[in-house]
Design a protein around this ligand. Structure first.
Ligand SMILES: Cc1cc2nc3c(=O)[nH]c(=O)nc-3n(C[C@H](O)[C@H](O)[C@H](O)COP(=O)(O)OP(=O)(O)OC[C@H]3O[C@@H](n4cnc5c(N)ncnc54)[C@H](O)[C@@H]3O)c2cc1C
Length: 396
């Protein structure tokens, strides 16, 4: 196939997920010329994205938000309301808030990326002053993963658990049928603004993640315990991705990794969208000044925070259900600063160090602290085999 050489632009953004689209959009706003490449550039992103409201950058219009939950609930061994608004983003609203009019939008799949050039699988080549790699993450393999099975339930049917603008961010009540010697999972349930509530059974930190059939079985058991019966026709969503994508080294000779591919994936929550949105202007500003954006985005404090969050991920991945509830109990008793240091702040290493120490120090009974820091049961679930799917799986 003849190789055609397309015109040079300031930026070539490879991958139009939320991170790439936000980057292309803000670069265009800043007056840069942009080529944006994706196999399906106009696709509506399949997942339902959420975040804490205060994490979103001021430039993002309110139309990107579908629902706001003023004080979400956490269930550990007790019920707590968190006095911090949380929001579910609108699929259409978020995409429409990030227009890329003015960019050269290319439908295609990148095969090779260098610092200044992208070659597509069909042979087309695009040159740019900077190439931004926003292709997201590959499947987790045996990496530490986030896995979730979500079911969209009509608000009326969901009412026994979620009514109005309530939201359940973490529900560790032992109601999913998993025994104490099985890897843990929790429930996440929020109204998404279209008359449905998503109920999502979620596992964080297991190597290779948890299979969908196991998560679904647990979810149905949990919902049944609250009198919620499904018809089996409800739409579903699935998540299965790695949590341990490190920040890129500074001064790399290749393309610049950004978004989940560039270390924005939070190792303990599995969230990256708000962080990517918040970081685009830092990246664009650095590129405009001819600086390496990795240096501006990944300061030493930010790298220290990432390192500590990874310790949190290792801890999460070895606990039982009871231990997880006890640990989150200790964590959510900490100060708002401590909670933000783990959940949101990118560079509050002192706050994060303090809250991690405090969480371990307040987890009860005492001996569980050894598991938390990995002195005992370090690889508790490493070779755990989840039963394969059977045809007698409980149906809704
Ligand atoms: C069900 C589910 C629920 C989730 N919920 C949340 C949430 O509530 N909050 C949150 O923050 N995160 C959530 N996540 C995590 C979420 O996936 C990531 O945070 C987010 O999608 C990462 O955005 P990204 O733009 O970095 O990468 P992606 O969204 O993965 O986008 C990558 C883009 O690159 C394109 N691409 C891939 N390969 C190539 C190639 N070779 N050439 C060109 N283009 C390519 C893809 O088509 C895609 O458009 C959820 C994930 C799932 C699956």
């Amino acid at each position: 196939m003849a190789v055609s050489r397309d015109r040079e632009s300031d930026l070539c953004v490879v991958g139009l997920g939320p991170a790439g689209r936000a980057l292309a959009h803000r670069a265009l706003c800043a007056g840069l010329s942009v080529t944006a490449i994706d196999p399906r550039p106009d696709r509506l992103w399949p997942p339902t994205y959420s975040c804490w409201l205060d994490e979103l950058p001021a430039w993002l219009p309110a139309t990107a938000i579908a629902t706001t939950i003023p004080a979400p609930t956490i269930w550990t061994t007790v019920r707590r309301r968190i006095d911090r608004p949380y929001c579910v983003l609108s699929k259409h609203g978020l995409r429409d808030a990030l227009p890329v009019d003015g960019a050269v939008v290319v439908e295609g799949r990148a095969a090779q990326l260098t610092a200044h050039q992208v070659t597509l699988t069909d042979g087309r080549v695009f040159d740019a002053t900077a190439v931004l790699d926003t292709r997201g993450l590959p499947g987790p393999g045996r990496r530490r993963a986030a896995s979730a099975h979500g079911v969209f339930v009509d608000e009326g049917n969901a009412a026994p658990m979620i009514a109005g603008n309530e939201g359940l961010l973490l529900d560790w009540r032992p109601e999913n049928g998993a025994g104490p010697t099985e890897p843990p999972s929790f429930l996440y349930a929020v109204p998404i603004g279209d008359g449905t509530v998503i109920f999502e059974e979620t596992s964080l930190g297991l190597r290779g993640g948890m299979p969908q059939h196991e998560l679904r079985k647990r979810l149905l058991t949990r919902l049944t315990a609250h009198g919620i019966q499904l018809t089996g026709t409800e739409p579903c969503e699935a998540a299965h991705y790695p949590l341990d994508q490190p920040p890129p080294p500074k001064g790399g000779a290749g393309p610049i990794a950004f978004g989940s591919r560039g270390g924005a994936m939070h190792p303990c929550t599995g969230y990256s969208v708000a962080d990517s949105l918040a970081l685009v202007d830092t990246a664009v500003g650095a590129l405009q000044r001819g600086r390496d954006p990795i240096i501006d985005m990944w300061s030493l404090p930010a790298r220290a925070v990432y390192w500590m969050r990874m310790r949190g991920l290792y801890g999460l991945g070895r606990l039982t259900t009871e231990q997880s509830a006890a640990m989150f109990d200790a964590f959510f008793a900490s100060s708002p600063r401590g909670q933000r240091a783990l959940l949101s702040a990118r560079d509050d290493y002192a706050g994060l160090g303090a809250v991690l120490f405090d969480t371990v120090a307040h987890t009860w009974p005492f001996r569980w602290r050894y598991d938390l820091v990995g002195w005992t049961n370090r690889n508790r679930w490493l070779n755990y085999e989840i039963d394969p799917a059977t045809t007698s799986e409980p149906r809704p």
